[in-house]
Design a protein around this ligand. Structure first.
Ligand code: SAM
Length: 268
């Protein structure tokens, strides 16, 4: 049986930090890679907020593999300290319960260090890999290598926290991969970096088509070391129409539309 579709309300029901615009960017890129066919993977699942959305995209014959320490103490002191302060109490059972409740099936689960996923999942077969485990530079370098080994040539990799104040190690590892290892940036959002070792054009087109229909998000092109990437960001508050419906109604009809809205409100 295929997995269930996952709504924003489903994701909201799982503790985590997986918000707009990344939910829709995941949906757009998971859709855009459907035709490639291939496996899915997530490194670092916590309680399953993003894993639910990725897992729900699994097609017949595709394998979704996840890896997490699930509270097992890391032998690296900095990693152990980070996990103890941020993810204390995390259990595999809670993750599994969320996946069963929301997606209706479990992924293949590896309880180990993130980069060991290459010992369990098929290499060169993935269409989408989300990296959201340790924030330490050395670990993320390992995760970059693992993601590359897992991916098909045109597969998508997403790195969380590539620019947060408390995660300089992720930033260093991700941009290093761009500058020295051929990773091509597709887009950046406030929290995530989207890239591929393949062609970026189709993915950037898909994201542009998505963002055009969005009242609260917009895009601009930026150039980084010769790479054109899309920066997806919030529409500045002074540009958000106080009445979102005005985006869809010609100006000449605003007075009439406002009158209709007032009438409807009075009736309720
Ligand atoms: C930021 S959370 C993941 C958030 C999740 N993707 C979501 O949407 O809620 C990071 C996860 O990575 C796991 N983790 C931290 N260091 C790890 C390591 N070295 N190897 C594997 N997992 C690790 C933690 O146990 C935690 O569940």
């Amino acid at each position: 049986m295929p997995p269930r579709p996952v709504t924003d309300a489903d994701i909201d029901s799982i503790v985590g930090a997986f918000f707009a615009p990344d939910r829709d960017m995941f949906r757009t890129l998971l859709d855009a890679t459907r035709g490639l066919g291939g496996d899915l993977a997530e490194l670092g699942v916590l309680y399953g907020a993003s894993a639910a959305l990725v897992g729900a995209a699994r097609q017949e014959g595709e394998v979704f593999t996840v890896v997490d320490l699930f509270g097992k103490e890391s032998s690296d002191d900095s990693n152990a300290a980070e996990n103890e302060s941020s993810y204390a109490g995390l259990t595999r059972a809670a993750f599994e319960a969320n996946m069963m409740r929301v997606v209706g099936e479990l992924p293949t689960i590896i309880e180990d260090y993130s980069s060991t996923i290459v010992e369990h999942a098929r290499l060169g077969s993935h269409r989408f890999v989300h990296v959201d485990a340790s924030h330490l530079y050395e670990h993320v370098v390992g995760d970059v290598r693992a993601a590359r080994a897992l991916l098909k040539p045109d597969g998508i990799v997403v790195f969380d926290d590539f620019r947060a104040e408390h995660t300089p190690g992720v930033a260093a590892a991700v941009w290093q991969a761009v500058l020295t290892e051929g990773l091509r940036p597709v887009a950046v959002s406030p929290h995530k970096f989207y890239g591929t070792w393949g062609e970026v054009g189709t993915y950037q087109e898909a994201l542009r088509a998505w963002v055009e229909g969005e009242p609260l998000w917009t895009a601009e092109w930026q150039s980084v070391s010769g790479h054109q990437l899309l920066r997806i960001h919030a529409v500045p508050s002074w540009q958000v129409p106080r009445h979102p419906w005005k985006r869809f109604v010609p100006v000449a009809l605003w007075p009439a539309a406002a009158k209709v809205r007032r009438l409807i409100r009075r009736r309720h």
